[in-house]
Each structure stands twice: as C-alpha cells, then as structure tokens.
Design a protein around this ligand. Structure first.
Ligand SMILES: Cc1cc2nc3c(=O)[nH]c(=O)nc-3n(C[C@H](O)[C@H](O)[C@H](O)COP(=O)(O)OP(=O)(O)OC[C@H]3O[C@@H](n4cnc5c(N)ncnc54)[C@H](O)[C@@H]3O)c2cc1C
Length: 418
C-alpha cells in the first residue's frame, strides 16, 4: 500500500534512463512511493545487454539490443558517466560494452534499484485515467507468454523505452530485390561472416563509420555510401561514394552515377521512434519515424505534464543528460519547478519544431531530433528550483497536490522556474 501524499511513478524500461529514473525516485522517499520499473526483458541494461541473437527472442519479442561484439564506446568514460557515479578509474577511457553493462549493474546495486524492477513485464498500454483525479493507467503483460495482464494507476509515467531498436529502412527503389545479404546495423554482431566479401554500407553515422572500420580488415572491399564530406583516415580498401539511389540485381547505384556490385548491403540508416503502448492522438502528440511532437523541452506533452520521455534527442551525452532530465521531471512532479501554462508550452514546442524544420526539412525525411537546441545539462539544472511552486499550471491539480489531497490553482502564466 502507498503512503498517502506520496506520488506513484511508473518507469518504462530498465536501461540506463530507467535505472536513473528509479535511482532519483528512490532517493526522495518523502515525496515518492517506491517506483515501479517495468522491464520487458529479464535483465537490466537495455542497449548494453549484448546478445548474439538477432531477430526474435525465444518469447517472440524482437531483440532489443543493437550492441555488437567488439563495440567500444564512442564517448570517453569521463564524459559518459552519470555525474554521481564515476566509472572504475582503472578502466581505459574508451570502454568495451561489457564494462558499461557492469557499470550499470553496479549503479543498480549501489542505489538499490533492482528490487523495484519488474522483470519480464512488457508495458502494452498507457492512457490518461478517466475522471477528475487524473493519473495514468498502465497495462502490462507477462512478456514470456503475454497471457497474464494487469492494469495499475500511477500519478506519473516516465518513458525510458529507448530508441535504438527499431530499424529505419530508407525507401531505396529495388532494395527489396537485392539478392545478396541485406541487413540493418541493428542485426550486425561481428565481422567474420563478411570475410572476403564486397560490403556496401549505407550511412556514415557512428554505426556506419565504426562498422566500416570493423569490416575493412576482413572484407575484400568496403564501400561507404554517404552524403557527408569525404572522411579521412579510413583503411585503403574503403571506397567512399555518394548516397545510394537504387538497387538493380546485385548492383547498387549511387547519386553521382557510379554503380558497384555488392555481396552484402548493410543499412546503417538509424532507427525509428516507436511507442506502441501510447495512443498519440489522445495525448495531442504526433509520432513519426524521426520526431515526437509537440513536446515541451523535448520532454513532455504540453497537455499531459506528468508523462515524460527521457533521452529522445540523439546528439547528447546520454547518461548525464538522463540524470539532468530526471532531476527536472521530479522537480516538476513535486512542485519545485513551475511549468508555463499548457498553451505556452504548446507555443514553445511548436516554435522549436518550426526551427527544426527550417534547419532540416520535413520530419518525414529529416534526420529528426539529432540535437536538442539549447538543451544542455546546465540549462536543465537551471530550471530545477528548490522552493515549492505556488501553483501548478499544466493541470488544475498537480500530481503532488493530488497525492497530498491538495489542489493548486491554475492561474496566470509564467515561463520561469521557481
Ligand atoms: C550501437 C550503439 C552504441 C552506442 N554507444 C554509446 C556510447 O558509446 N556511449 C553512450 O553514452 N551511448 C551510446 N549509445 C546510446 C545508448 O543507447 C544510450 O547510452 C543508453 O544506453 C540508452 O538508454 P535507454 O535507457 O534510453 O534505452 P535502452 O538502453 O534501449 O533501454 C530501454 C529498455 O526499455 C525496455 N523496454 C522497451 N519497451 C518496453 C515496454 N513496452 N515495456 C517494458 N520495457 C520496455 C527494453 O527492454 C530496454 O531494456 C549507443 C547506442 C547504440 C545502439
């Protein structure tokens, strides 16, 4: 049973973001009931749980992790760590993925989070509760057979389900007819199966470049197709070409008129946002492959300020960013950080979207929220106040007020934190 006046928060996912959410909730027992962390798999760590499996897990759910055997971090550990939990000083700066998983295991134990994780529970619906009390109904099922289902009421929901699991496949004419091996970087695990082959990689983001470096020593030839300026310091058997525009038989056609035969085609074309447990229209949201809008500060729907999305932006230092976002969310929930009115948040979020579209084209073809302009760790901290808000402007009753049986007035407009 939850003590009166304490907020019940559901966290979806026990990757780095969900663990961080739980860690900060556990640290505030005066305001929050113990968190409930729903995790569809049987492990903590999310992306960092390496598995040789690809495709579907034995329980029929898709394999979540995109980790490959030899991945080393592309951020140094000094930058990558949660601000309150450094990596082991004896480790090198650029870590093997197994060191990151071990770090997340230690974080989980150090902050006593594990007991709050409901392993093998897949959230399949999150909806605003009916009635005046507000809150959220979260429905989850036992992931291993999906036969047992339960719905619980929470004051707030923090979505930490990750966004590097659902491959984005670009619409390249003829791609589906390619007779060789066609895979997405999500399914790449190690270089050996590609020995002696001609491999074409599409996309020179972090995965495209890293896989090029992994494959070059074993492949006969690697062709890296991308739209960026020519990359330097790649191995001698790597050819860089323009973006692919078509596939005909085993030949890939490129935008500069070149054509190359390939044995293997690897799509390093990124991932799609996907939240199958949400009904976007009901929340006033529009979710495309590459955007979730409108979200105030890339974090919350203006009309539902007790639903939070952690880590949607891509060009961030993920763990410190999660930490700061979560301090902000919890400050909003306990009422020490005032939000503007729903209307003002809507205007701000739409303005941010307009700015984004101006810079990158329509959401369907842009690379999405690559960066959160103006959202830095410093700015998150600056929004987190320490004294209680005099009002809650997002709803007529703040989650805190509701849990405590108090009602905060919804008056006026403010755009600054308390
Ligand atoms: C190949 C690769 C390399 C990377 N390298 C780095 C790096 O070097 N440094 C760095 O800082 N970051 C790196 N990242 C980014 C990495 O994704 C983040 O650091 C971080 O781990 C993301 O954590 P997360 O909790 O948001 O998501 P995830 O780690 O994806 O965790 C999400 C969790 O939610 C669970 N889940 C999903 N849906 C549901 C549901 N409906 N119900 C219940 N549970 C659910 C999943 O099972 C999973 O455990 C890399 C990512 C990839 C893919």
């Amino acid at each position: 049973m939850t003590a009166p006046g304490k907020l019940r928060v559901a966290v979806i996912g026990a990757g780095a973001a969900g663990l961080c959410a739980a860690r900060h909730i556990v640290a505030r027992p005066e305001s929050f009931a113990p968190p409930v962390v729903f995790e569809a798999s049987s492990r903590i760590g999310g992306t960092w749980v390496y598995t040789e499996e690809t495709g579907q897990r034995p329980d029929g759910l898709p394999v979540h992790s995109s980790m490959y055997r030899d991945l080393r971090t592309n951020l140094p550990k000094e930058v990558m760590a949660f601000p309150d939990f450094p990596f082991d000083p004896s480790l090198p700066s650029f870590l093997h993925h197994s060191d990151v998983l071990a770090y997340l295991e230690s974080y989980t134990d150090h902050f006593r989070v594990r007991e709050h994780v409901r392993f093998s529970w897949l959230v399949d619906a999150v909806s605003p509760a009916e009635g005046t009390e507000g809150g959220w109904d979260v429905t989850a099922c036992w992931a291993q057979d999906r036969m047992v289902q339960a719905t619980e009421r929470f004051d707030a929901v923090i979505v930490c389900s990750g966004h590097y699991s659902d491959p984005f496949v670009p619409p390249i004419p003829g791609l589906e007819t390619f007779p060789g091996r066609l895979l997405h970087s999500h399914e790449y695990r190690c270089p050996e199966p590609f020995a002696g082959r001609t491999v074409v990689l599409l996309g020179a983001g972090p995965s495209g470049v890293d896989l090029t470096l992994q494959l070059a020593p074993v492949a006969q030839r690697v062709i890296l197709s991308h739209r960026q300026p020519t990359l330097s310091a790649l191995p001698g058997n790597v050819l860089q070409t323009a973006p692919a525009v078509g596939v005909a038989g085993d030949t890939v056609q490129f935008g500069d008129g070149a054509e190359h035969r390939a044995d293997v085609l690897i799509l390093c074309t990124g991932y799609r946002y996907r939240f199958p447990f949400l009904s976007p229209a009901r929340l006033g949201l529009r979710i495309t492959d590459h955007t979730v809008t409108p979200l105030y500060r890339h974090l919350l729907p203006p009309h539902h300020p007790s639903l939070f999305f952690i880590g949607l932006c891509k060009q961030i230092c993920p763990f410190p960013h999660f930490h700061c976002q979560l301090l902000f969310c919890l400050a909003v929930l306990v009422g020490t950080c005032c939000l503007p009115s729903a209307a003002e948040m809507q205007v701000a979020a739409e303005g941010q979207l307009r700015q984004h579209l101006g810079a990158g084209g329509p959401p369907s073809t842009s690379t999405g929220w690559e960066s959160c302009s103006g959202v830095t760790a410093r700015s998150w901290h600056s929004w987190v106040g320490s004294s209680p808000c005099s009002r809650w402007s997002g709803r007529s009753t703040s989650p805190r007020g509701r849990a405590a049986g108090r009602t905060s007035p919804a008056t006026g407009a403010s755009t600054t934190g308390c």
